[in-house]
Design a protein around this ligand. Structure first.
Ligand code: SF4
Length: 190
């Protein structure tokens, strides 16, 4: 099975989910969010085709990673390959995050017609859902670009049948570094 990627796997990311992660940048997205930071990943005819078995091998060869993040593009447009990779990661006890422009509610609706979407959700730990909305953009958010997006605990969301956000990521980031800077300016080192 092949997957279309926008580029090579990226290891050691600290901005695409919790901890140190390997990111899989999938190619292809139709959400067309205004202000998208990765417009080069939209075209389904571009990117590079990679065998999913090679991806698995690279994941296993990459050391000191806390988990794997499916991003893009939108990994949901390549459901077979994304499911295969997520299943493999769970078998290897790796934590899996996935970014998508679809909402959890849309995916649940779609899963009635396509069981693979439900299977993918069952193999994710965290889903960051929803389109990027430029007028709700903020730099103070954890692992998401705009305030409408949600960092969801997938297991709890599936159990409850409704999106359950991870509490600590609902909050705005604290400017600890700035307060440290203030204190350094005052001659107090903390
Ligand atoms: S879902 Fe992501 S990649 Fe797709 S258009 Fe929106 S921001 Fe860009």
């Amino acid at each position: 099975m092949q997957i279309k990627l926008a580029g090579p796997l990226q290891s050691d990311s600290i901005v695409d989910g919790e901890g140190i992660r390997t990111v899989i940048w999938t190619q292809g997205c139709s959400h067309n969010c205004k202000g998208c930071h990765n417009p080069e990943t939209h075209d389904f005819n571009k990117g590079i085709s990679v065998d999913v078995e090679d991806i698995k091998k690279q994941i296993m060869e990459t050391r000191n990673q806390d988990g794997v993040t499916l991003s893009g593009g939108d990994p949901l447009y390549q459901i077979d390959a994304s499911l295969e990779i997520a299943k493999f990661c769970k078998e290897k006890d790796l934590n899996v995050w996935c970014y998508t422009g679809f909402t959890f509610e849309q995916l649940m609706d779609m899963s009635y017609r396509n069981q693979k979407i439900k299977d993918l959700l069952n193999n994710l730990d965290v889903l960051v859902d929803g389109k990027f909305e430029e007028n709700k953009r903020s730099l103070n958010l954890h692992f998401k670009g705009s305030e409408n997006q949600r960092v969801l605990d997938v297991k709890k969301s599936l159990e409850k049948g409704t999106p359950v956000e991870i509490e600590r990521y609902k909050l705005q980031k604290k400017y600890q570094s700035y307060s440290n800077f203030d204190n350094i300016c005052k001659g107090i080192y903390i």
